[in-house]
Design a protein around this ligand. Structure first.
Ligand SMILES: *Cc1c(COP(=O)(O)O)cnc(C)c1O
Length: 749
């Protein structure tokens, strides 16, 4: 069938079809099968509302989930074409930023797989976050064009019209099918401004910020370092939630009285929190009293918190609401009255004395569930960050440790390992991930240890050729692959890794040679207005080229900073990792999911006791993980007492001083830019808000111990086996089953 269809669409000429024509043929064959798939039904519909869905390329995954991948690959091969051409041509939707968006994507996959009646709701972004390119060792932002060829995004006839302040706009629904494992699908519904004007983007990611009715869905997270940018972001959230709420009311129009019975809305962080206000507004228009409307939303909404970074908790000036829709201001003030009746503590106020609206407060008071995303994170929320709320509503707080979909991060990204696991323990783990445990029985089997090392080497070889092809860089496949891939942020401490590499460079120059070369991979975008994050990128790129030019150091050490880190790059990097760098300052990383992906693929974790690292360490035991650094309670205490002094470390620790001063050495300044390097140098000595230097010695010692351990190859393999075997807990199927049972109260398979 497939063979005939492909031949028919390409006029019997697969051999000479243009890549575009071939891609369209494969796309249409695949889409036709998806159309015929059944949607899940159920009494209560779950709406997963999120500003981001970092779904990754869809074609290969969908073909695999449909079970037609091999037949299509075979057909193309018979006609002299390679399926990887077509896979490479498939655009990666640019709809997210980092872990929060990737989580939403994994969740949709699991919602479909578990047969839950649920959908994703969000926005289309024409040029995504931005596309990162490197010029003169600097990050430069350009637009990420992904909608220029036929894609998985399907335009619908469903439109909603409403006012943004005094401008009339039309919001149009688009759909993307998301397939689960074995024949089920769900839908991601994304709204777009009908009057969007792509030509507004002039240079890089610059555009006329004043024309809200034509710029609103150009980029995810417009630069919010200016007042105009902030207002735009606010308008974007309003547009998203207004569209999503309009859709929900439209779909359930004959059941508005009992909406809380048929609908549950999970908001992914506070970006969609305005929907709480909008639902209250609608219910009142429908004839409900204010009290009734409040009681209804309170039964409908559940909130996921993703951060304890105070600066990341959203607060909007009341005046923005006033400018958007006066009715919302009335609602906010009445909600604050309700809160006053429960508690006068300013820590739990929605509206503060500076007339700012705290979106997290709104979300906690007027939902029935607030969850953290890893057990340590939830503990910190309950015992310190959100303690005032947890004391008021102890029953609302709960933990849902994040997860990842094994379909993408094991089956698809690492078919060799998947097949090997099937040979050893059967394929039950594909539906029930904890069955991976059975693999632990082989941890002392030397044959299996060797096989695991061989598979890892195959994946490293694959990464080497991928890096050669995409970045034009040669990498030594026998070096240790040390991987830190995640958004660039000081709390994630890429700068700690940077200081380690500088330290290692000096040690090599002094004749202390490592037993084996190490390649340090980075993949990371910095927010366009985040100056220090961009300085860290600059320092790493500059150092990379200094090392490359040093005839001795370059034999032992290499930095590969992949450009424009995204899901497709992650799919190549993760199976190849030996060392998984999870080195955030303890208490700051809510969960992390990159740590889970790398563990599942047999990388060993080098990490602090932060986020889900704590659970990883519990599962594999202290002998199979490399933990360093100060504990979260110590760190929290240091913040409370202003007890951390970076300069003290700089002045009393010779290794630290040497590494930091290298940033502004003659060698670095000749290759790099004075402004960026000296700013970073100054920041590390005089501020260092995320306490890089606190853990420096322990990090160096632990990483060196890890590199030594790597030399006992069979023992290392044993640790890999223990890590792979215990990764089952981190399947997003487990996470979503818990959301379904404990929050949403819906059935699942
Ligand atoms: C998993 C993933 C992330 C999240 O990584 P963390 O290490 O958990 O911050 C970010 N971006 C992409 C592309 C991912 O696949």
């Amino acid at each position: 069938m497939i063979r005939e269809e492909l031949l028919a669409i390409t006029n019997n000429n697969i051999e000479e079809a243009s890549l575009d024509a071939l891609y369209q043929a494969v796309l249409s064959v695949t889409q036709k099968r998806i159309e015929n798939m059944e949607h899940v039904h159920g009494d209560r519909t779950v709406y997963y509302m999120s500003a981001e869905f970092l779904i990754g390329k869809l074609l290969s995954n969908n073909m695999m989930n449909l079970g037609i991948y091999h037949e299509i690959a075979q057909t193309l091969k018979e006609h002299g074409r390679d399926i990887s051409e077509v896979e490479g041509y498939d655009p990666e939707p640019s709809l997210g930023n980092g872990g929060l968006g990737r989580l939403a994507a994994c969740f949709l996959d699991s919602i479909a797989t578990l047969g839950i009646n649920g959908e994703g709701l969000g926005l289309v972004y024409h040029f995504g976050l931005f596309k990162q390119v490197f010029e003169n060792h600097m990050q430069v932002e350009t637009k990420d064009v992904w909608l220029d060829k036929p894609s998985w995004l399907r335009k619908t006839d469903t439109v909603y019209s409403f006012k943004l302040s005094d401008v009339n706009v039309t919001s149009r629904m688009h759909e993307i099918d998301v397939l689960g494992y074995r024949g089920k699908k769900t839908t991601l519904r994304l709204f777009d401004l009908d009057s969007i004007d792509e030509t507004l983007v002039t240079q890089g990611i610059d555009f006329d910020q004043s024309k809200v009715d034509s710029n609103l869905t150009l980029f995810l997270y417009p630069d919010d370092s200016t007042e105009q940018g902030l207002r735009l972001r606010f308008a974007q959230q309003y547009f998203m939630t207004m569209s999503n709420v309009s859709y929900i009311f439209d779909k359930h129009h004959d059941d508005i009285d009992h909406l809380y019975q048929s609908v549950v809305v999970q908001i992914n962080d506070t970006h969609p929190a305005m929907s709480i206000l909008l639902v209250i507004q609608r219910l009142m228009k429908h004839g409900k009293s204010f009290d009734e409307a409040c009681s209804d939303v309170q039964k409908m909404f559940a909130y996921t918190n993703h951060t304890i970074l105070a600066e990341a908790l959203e607060k909007w000036p009341l005046s923005y609401f006033e400018a958007m829709d006066h009715e919302l201001v009335v609602i906010i003030k009445k909600l604050q009255k309700k809160v006053d009746a429960v508690s006068k503590d300013p820590a739990v106020a929605i509206l503060d004395k500076d007339k700012r609206v705290h979106m997290a407060s709104l979300s906690i008071h007027f939902s029935y569930s607030t969850n953290g995303v890893a057990s340590l994170h939830t503990d910190i929320l309950v015992n310190s960050e959100l303690k005032a709320f947890a004391d008021l509503y102890p029953d609302r707080f709960n933990n849902k440790t994040n997860g990842i979909t094994f379909r993408r991060w094991l089956q698809f990204s690492n078919p060799e390992l998947t097949q090997y696991l099937i040979d050893k323990i059967g394929d039950g783990f594909l539906s029930e991930a904890t069955q991976l445990r059975a693999f632990e029985a082989f941890k002392d089997d030397a044959r299996v240890q060797e096989d695991v090392l061989r598979i890892k080497q195959e994946r490293k070889d694959d990464l080497v050729s991928y890096i050669k092809k995409t970045e034009g860089i040669d990498v030594n496949p026998t070096s240790v692959f040390d991987i830190q891939i995640k958004r660039l942020h000081e709390y994630k401490r890429q700068q700690l890794n940077l200081l380690y590499i500088i330290h290692m460079m000096h040690e090599i120059r002094e004749g202390h040679l490592p037993k084996r070369p190490v390649t340090f991979f980075f993949g990371s975008k910095a927010a366009p207005a985040y100056t220090i994050a961009k300085d860290i990128i600059h320092a790493l790129l500059t150092l990379s080229s200094i090392i490359e030019k040093d005839p001795v150091v370059s034999q032992y050490l290499q930095i590969v900073f992949v450009e424009n880190y995204n899901v497709s790059k992650a799919e190549h990097l993760i199976p190849a990792g030996d060392i998984s760098e999870q080195i955030s300052l303890a208490s700051k990383e809510a969960s992390g999911t990159g740590n889970m992906k790398l563990m599942l693929n047999g990388a060993l974790t080098l990490g602090t006791l932060d986020g889900a690292n704590v659970e990883i360490a519990d599962l594999v035991g202290p002998e199979n993980v490399f933990i360093f650094g100060k504990h979260s309670d110590t760190v929290i205490d240091l913040y409370a007492t202003s007890g951390y002094n970076a300069r003290h470390y700089y002045e009393t620790n010779d290794n630290i001083k040497r590494a930091i001063d290298t940033l502004v050495s003659e060698e670095m300044l000749k290759e790099g830019t004075h402004e960026n390097l000296s700013r970073l140098h100054h920041e590390l000595i005089s501020k260092d808000w995320f306490m890089t230097l606190l853990d420096f010695d322990d990090y160096v010692e632990t990483k060196n111990r890890m590199l030594d351990a790597y030399e006992d190859r069979l023992h290392w393999a044993k640790m890999m086996i223990v890590n792979i075997s215990n990764a089952g807990y981190f399947s997003s199927d487990r996470t979503i089953a818990q959301y379904a049972d404990e929050i949403w109260k819906v059935n699942h398979e």
